[in-house]
Design a protein around this ligand. Structure first.
Ligand SMILES: CC(C)(COP(=O)(O)OP(=O)(O)OC[C@H]1O[C@@H](n2cnc3c(N)ncnc32)[C@H](O)[C@@H]1OP(=O)(O)O)[C@@H](O)C(=O)NCCC(=O)NCCS
Length: 175
């Protein structure tokens, strides 16, 4: 296991500040790649970034972070929907920290949390044209494509792929 890497829920003020920086980097990168301005077009994202701690209040939402030597370098959010699906969101590792297994570990941690909450599956939205490393991570972790669309209509050219993965704990409880 890589030394100095710790993953877990954001708890301290430094965690929330570091996580906000990561998520804003993700939005900037999406803007560079697509000309789609997340904060301009999505009110929910504006609300999220204005107060991450409130937006990701437990038990049904959690923001996990990856830290190297105590500094936040990666994020992964979890949001349990009313239909029992759990969304994985805000997947970002700062460039200098990539390729060290942080997202893989965050996804394991998020999966465990979704199972603890009784979710029936994980789902996520990704961009098939440029989020290629993320798709390798998702496919390796058992996600499968569900649907593909342009989103949101009229607000830029963003191609979206939704992917889903069943959760073993739910399947064993309900089979
Ligand atoms: C996708 C992303 C989050 C992956 O983060 P990461 O922390 O680098 O992910 P990991 O380190 O777990 O895996 C990345 C690669 O390193 C490899 N790796 C994992 N652990 C490793 C280790 N200990 N040593 C060497 N390589 C390792 C993985 O096999 C993987 O290889 P691949 O790229 O050939 O598939 C990151 O690339 C990113 O932020 N991308 C831009 C944002 C994005 O697309 N977000 C998705 C939104 S839906």
């Amino acid at each position: 296991m890589a030394r100095g890497i710790v993953v877990g829920p954001a708890t301290t003020e430094a965690d929330w500040v570091g996580a906000r920086k990561c998520i804003l980097e993700l939005f900037d990168w999406i803007l560079e790649c697509t000309a789609f301005d997340v904060l301009q077009h999505l009110a929910d994202a504006r609300q999220e970034i204005a107060d991450l701690r409130t937006y990701y209040s437990p038990p049904f939402r959690r923001l996990f972070v990856g830290r190297i030597d105590g500094r936040v370098v990666a994020t992964m959010g979890l949001k349990l929907d009313a239909d029992g699906r759990a969304e994985v969101r805000r997947v970002w590792t700062r460039r200098s920290a990539r390729g060290r297994g942080i997202s893989h570990r965050l996804l394991q941690r998020v999966t465990k949390e979704a199972e603890r909450l009784g979710a029936r599956c994980l789902w996520l939205r990704t961009a098939p044209t440029f989020m290629l490393a993320a798709q390798r991570l998702y496919v390796r972790s058992g996600f499968q494509p569900v649907t593909f669309y342009q989103w949101p209509a009229g607000a830029g050219e963003v191609e979206v792929l939704e992917m889903e993965r069943g959760l073993a704990s739910f399947l064993s409880r309900n089979s």
